[in-house]
Design a protein around this ligand. Structure first.
Ligand SMILES: NC(=O)c1ccc[n+]([C@@H]2O[C@H](COP(=O)([O-])OP(=O)(O)OC[C@H]3O[C@@H](n4cnc5c(N)ncnc54)[C@H](O)[C@@H]3O)[C@@H](O)[C@H]2O)c1
Length: 328
């Protein structure tokens, strides 16, 4: 039996990951530490809340006394660290909480692992990060694991800082760490503030669908369950100290994405008098420091660990639409 600490398991990706590890590893007990911020949702945990190998702890990752106690009480032998402030727009208006959670919180977890695991090199600390640490691309090229860090928002800067701390605990203390940097995730249970839920919700409520700037900014989209499969591969099979980029090879500009969702909704839930959801699209002032394009080269994880995305984009979007349409 292994006791694995998952942080942020009441959020979007973390809740999918808790479900994944409970389903696929019958010898794992999952301790989910989440402070239940505004971004968390009790419903995200509904499918596993009463699972016999699941324990929920409400608390803050920067509370060192609590983290130390969890390591001792549950004899934690692995950490998969999702908990973060995750919304770029919020980081522009309130950067301090991003520094506290994303940097100090990660440091607190690393310190507990270092103290409690001592010279154990089997127990693994997996840090979940973002491709946004690499900054912005032009029309061409892809981020690789060798791309220089160039974060542009307080969010991406705080994630980049955390990545550097994690790396330093490997180089300095020999802690068994791995880092994954993933592109934009989509799927059921994402918080309503994010782009795809906003497009769907506003469309279904007949409200303007806001698109930043000229809508030409490009993102690479990955279905959340494919991200969990990649994390599984890296957590179990990657070499210590390694870093992997994870992407869906599914690039779209924001306006292309919004138009596609509107077209799917035209079929899925037609409006009266043949009105097109696309008529709700509305360009709004751009986000300050808005990165133009992210695109991921996932060759390393594909070649070394045999991972590739399984869900095609339309099927993933349909699953996502089903979820949000059932709520509205
Ligand atoms: N969503 C994406 O597209 C994406 C892409 C790449 C990487 N990531 C990374 O994946 C991770 C999860 O992202 P998400 O979209 O699921 O985020 P989310 O905002 O949906 O969930 C974050 C969770 O962390 C919890 N949390 C926040 N601060 C905490 C604290 N101080 N202590 C304990 N719990 C705390 C929240 O309550 C919430 O449940 C983040 O580290 C993010 O940087 C996200």
């Amino acid at each position: 039996m292994r006791n694995i600490l998952i942080t942020g398991g009441a959020g979007f990706i973390g809740s999918h990951a808790v479900a994944h590890f409970l389903t696929h590893y019958s010898d794992y007990t999952i301790i989910n530490l989440d402070k239940l911020s505004y971004a968390a949702s009790i419903e995200n945990m509904a499918t596993f809340a009463s699972h016999p190998r699941y324990i929920f702890v409400k608390g803050d990752i920067s509370d060192s006394a609590l983290i130390d106690k969890l390591f001792v009480d549950y004899d934690i032998s692995g950490v998969i660290h999702f908990a973060a402030e995750s919304h770029v727009d919020n980081s522009i208006h309130q950067p301090d909480i991003f520094v506290k959670t994303n940097i100090v919180g990660t440091f607190t977890l690393l310190e507990a692992a270092r103290k409690y695991w001592k010279n154990n090199t089997t127990n693994r600390f997996h840090h979940i990060s973002t491709d946004e640490v690499y900054g912005s691309l032009g029309m061409d090229g892809f981020f690789s694991e060798d791309s220089p860090y160039a974060p542009n928002s307080p969010y991406s800067a705080s994630k980049a800082s955390a990545d550097h701390l994690v790396r330093s605990y490997f180089k300095t203390y020999g802690l068994n760490v791995v880092i994954t940097n993933c592109s934009n995730n989509y799927g059921p249970h994402q918080h309503k503030e994010k782009l795809i839920p906003t497009i769907i919700r506003n469309a279904l409520n007949n409200l303007p669908i806001p698109i930043y700037g000229n809508g030409k900014n490009v993102r690479d989209w990955l279905f959340v369950k494919d991200h969990c499969l990649a994390i599984d591969k890296v957590f179990h099979h990657a070499k210590t100290g390694e870093q992997f980029n994870i992407g869906g090879n599914q690039e779209l500009s924001n306006i292309e994405l919004a138009t596609l969702i509107c077209k799917l909704l035209n079929e899925f839930r037609p409006l009266a008098k043949g009105k097109d959801y696309c008529s709700l699209l509305q360009f709004v002032s751009d986000r300050p420091g808005h990165d133009f394009r992210y695109a991921i080269n996932s060759q390393k994880i594909q070649q070394q660990l045999g991972w590739h995305a399984l869900t095609d984009f339309i099927s993933g979007l349909n699953q996502t639409l089903n979820f949000y349409c059932a709520l509205t």
